[in-house]
Design a protein around this ligand. Structure first.
Ligand code: NDP
Length: 248
């Protein structure tokens, strides 16, 4: 039974990832910034007979909260096998590169999507290092692919290049993923970025084209890779159904 910590797992794709990993027989520390929401999510899972799960309070923007979450998990287990950095916000998708405000928009979204991932990863890496097969999955977006978005012939220039805040936050997350995988290249760690695909959740105001089960299964796949699996790669099976791999 692998032990898994997932941020932002009280709803949306993170909740479905928790459900699927429980169905695979793993143990879930279900991260939620509001503990009561996390507990309600746990009750929903338990009602389905999925009992190896408990809620952990974590706001990824708050260093004390992240530290407390790690301490709580460390009191319960000596090692952690899988970290899924799923919590994320869009901050709205209408901002342009010139008009978006640094203080209200860029800093706000980066605090969750970039600094939150760094904070959580740095806090939990010690527990993960005690696992025989540590895995980190950073939930990114194909919209953070600079290669896809900078070539008009590829047709990925969504929103006429609006959404500058969210897209650039995921590009930053992607480069962090590359750096992290490189830093951990001579260890047992596998570190990958996965885009779940455009999915109906609160995040998209239920406007996604894909279903939540498929989105979550794409993340679960890279959480459970074995020692021969990839590291330092970016996957989006919605964009590349053949191999799943997409360019950074
Ligand atoms: P939801 O809005 O449904 O869920 C987001 C989750 O993140 C919620 O649990 C939310 O908690 C949590 N969260 C937000 N901010 C924080 C924080 N500061 N600390 C801890 N948790 C936080 O979104 P999705 O499930 O759609 O998105 C999950 C991930 O997938 C995100 O990283 C997103 O960028 C990515 N993604 C989603 C796509 C889509 O089409 N849906 C497409 C590509 C990528 P709370 O309930 O308290 O708000």
């Amino acid at each position: 039974m692998k032990k898994v910590f997932i941020t932002g797992a009280n709803k949306g794709i993170g909740f479905e990832v928790a459900k699927q990993l429980l169905q695979e027989g793993e143990y879930i520390y279900l991260g939620s910034r509001n503990l009561e929401n996390g507990r309600q999510a746990v009750e929903k899972l338990k009602a389905k007979g999925l009992t190896n799960v408990e809620a952990i309070e974590i706001d990824v923007t708050d260093a004390v909260s992240v530290d407390n979450a790690r301490k709580t998990v460390a009191e319960k287990t000596e090692s952690l096998d899988i970290l899924i950095n799923n919590a994320g916000i869009s901050g709205g998708m209408s901002q342009t590169a010139l008009a978006a405000s640094v203080d209200d928009q860029f800093k706000n979204v980066y605090e969750t999507n970039v600094f939150g991932v760094v904070r959580v990863t740095q806090n939990f890496v010690g527990l993960l290092a005690k696992s025989d097969e540590p895995r980190i999955v950073n939930v990114s977006s194909s919209q953070g692919s600079i290669t896809l978005h900078s070539d008009p012939s590829l047709g990925y220039q969504y929103y006429d290049f609006k959404g500058a805040v969210y897209l650039s936050s995921k590009a930053a997350l992607n480069m962090y993923t590359v750096n992290l995988a490189y830093e951990l290249r001579d260890t047992k760690f596998k570190v990958n970025a996965v885009s779940p695909g455009f999915t109906k959740t609160d995040f998209t105001n239920n406007m996604g084209t894909g279903n939540i089960e498929d989105a979550a299964s794409r993340i679960v796949k890279y959480a459970l890779i074995d020692e021969n699996g990839p590291t330092g790669k970016f996957f989006c099976e919605e964009t590349n159904p053949e191999t799943g791999e997409i360019p950074w």
